[in-house]
Design a protein around this ligand. Structure first.
Ligand SMILES: O=P(O)(O)OC[C@H]1O[C@H](OP(=O)(O)OP(=O)(O)O)[C@H](O)[C@@H]1O
Ligand SMILES: O=c1cc[nH]c(=O)[nH]1
Length: 177
């Protein structure tokens, strides 16, 4: 994979996380009943970063869970890849919660759709919202994010690489082909 350009460095990523955290608080008039659910793998450290920022701002802990969705495809850009729920245990009771799904990249929407199905199957959340660091377009389903770090127009053959501390050695986003 050839690296084309940096889209976000560590500082830009942290600023985006700070803004998204403020937006989550504002949209929900606080964080009572809000629970963050990171989509594995890189949505998990991003959800933890948002939770830490919300704690800084509001002085309250927000519930953080995770969900494991696996994409089956020969290559990232292949159309019609399948998103399968690998582990849907959120780690908390979803009933009555405002769930904010957190992922690194929103592309076709299949991963989010699988996560929505899995969550709706196991409880009655009050609502489900979506936060993504990068929206790269090319949706195949009627899914949109409520909170977006950065909209990045891409061609289908390009690949967005998100590197997040906790999984990777540093924080950055690049576009590659
Ligand atoms: O909107 P979609 O077409 O479903 O694509 C978006 C998904 O693709 C990536 O997952 P990947 O399988 O690369 O896992 P990762 O999080 O471990 O990088 C990314 O993290 C999103 O979850
Ligand atoms: O470009 C893409 C598409 C899906 N998931 C990624 O991480 N990058």
């Amino acid at each position: 994979m050839k690296e084309k350009a940096m889209i976000m460095d560590d500082q830009a990523m942290k600023r985006a996380i700070t803004r998204i955290s403020h937006e989550i608080i504002e949209r929900n008039k606080g964080i009572d009943d809000v629970a963050l659910v990171g989509i594995k793998s890189r949505g998990v450290p991003l959800a933890a970063m948002i939770a830490a920022k919300i704690k800084d701002i509001e002085g309250k802990d927000v519930i953080v869970g995770e969900i494991d969705i696996t994409l089956y495809r020969d290559d990232l850009t292949e159309k019609h890849h399948q998103a399968i729920v690998k582990d849907s245990k959120l780690g908390f009771d979803a009933a009555g919660k405002i769930i904010v799904l957190v992922d690194d990249v929103l592309f076709t929407g299949r991963t989010v759709r699988a996560a929505l199905d899995a969550i709706i199957d196991q409880g009655r959340p009050k609502s489900i919202q979506l936060a993504v660091l990068i929206d790269r377009g090319h949706r195949e389903l009627p899914i949109r994010a409520d909170f977006v770090g950065k909209n990045v127009p891409t061609s289908r053959s390009e690949v967005i690489k998100v590197s997040v501390e906790g999984i990777d050695s540093e924080n950055y986003v690049s576009i590659n082909e």
